[in-house]
Design a binder for this molecule. Sequence first.
Ligand code: TPP
Ligand code: MG
Length: 360
Amino acid sequence: MTIDASGSSPELVQLLTPEGERVEHPDYDIDLTPEEIRSLYRDLVLVRRIDLEAVALQRQGELGIWASLLGQEAAQIGSGRALTDADMAFPTYREHGVAWCRDVDPVKLLGLFRGVNHGGWDPKEHNFHLYTIVIGSQTLHAVGYAMGIQRDDASAATIVYFGDGATSQGDVNESFIWASVFNAPIVFFCQNNQWAISEPLEKQTRIPLYRRASGFGFPGIRVDGNDVFACLAVTRKALEAARTGQGPTLIEAFTYRMGAHTTTDDPTRYRVASELEAWKLKDPIERVKAYLFKNQQADQAFFDSVDAEADQLGADLRRRCLAMPDPEPLDIFDHVYREPHALIDRERAQFAAYLEGFEK
Ligand SMILES: Cc1ncc(C[n+]2csc(CCOP(=O)(O)OP(=O)(O)O)c2C)c(N)n1
Ligand SMILES: [Mg+2]
């Protein structure tokens, strides 16, 4: 099978069409109450707002850089809401929606991208690891963690996030092998957003990514990554399999990076506008809205109240971002080693002398 650019392969699990029609699936059904669906809708809208606010802050010079999740909200909220408190998640640098589901204060994400903290949240408190920039390396950390909880006999699973580009990394393939042969309780959640900066998917693979799993000896499944119901259902099932000794699953969430790779990138240099336009029709938020409207599970007052909440969240985030104190320049040297270190001491002294050269 060739890669289906439309994403509408028969192998794609979808429970909600882009038009907001509910469809059945024999293996992955889900029963959500209207309240639960409204709650998912709220999550999607709020994380999109966090993201938009962060992009604006970067453009105004308040953040050094930002990696936007635009377009990937359903993949992140669907999978994030499938987690229990006891499960552990390992993100990349784009999982702001999963961070939201793990109750990480979004201002802490902004702190990282503003350069005033190194992550700012306690991974143990949230069961959400620090962001990882080194592509794919977190898959090895996650498998190690999963093997640990397996030995502790914990009733929990691990989920690890990575991109389509990361699947070409040695680390990711090695983590597949370890997870497979040790039957580790882990879900590999690949957000295939079609691009690794400027490299398109066809430069990473000749077969659909989820099919790679069979070569490693565990199941792989492709889900509509813009369908929050399907992402929730598929991830729930895979996590439950992990918790009950059935080993790893690879989930390929078929989605699209609607924005730039990061705010330093200009995607108009390497991709055509029509691609973006086609994906706009598959927007993850619009289809939930259409479903709620059509089925009279939400009225205009509900949508207005979510928008008002998003406005307030955005304004609050901006205010708290600007209020974050700058760290002292020399503080960075305190976080390299736990014990004193001669080279670091020398570098600290050199940098202190350099800073002295500026007028106060
Ligand atoms: C080991 C390593 N090599 C290269 C980079 C530079 N780099 C940063 S993001 C990226 C592309 C990642 O693409 P993908 O895995 O598809 O994730 P996405 O950014 O699309 O979410 C690259 C090559 C890096 N951070 N780490
Ligand atoms: Mg990608």
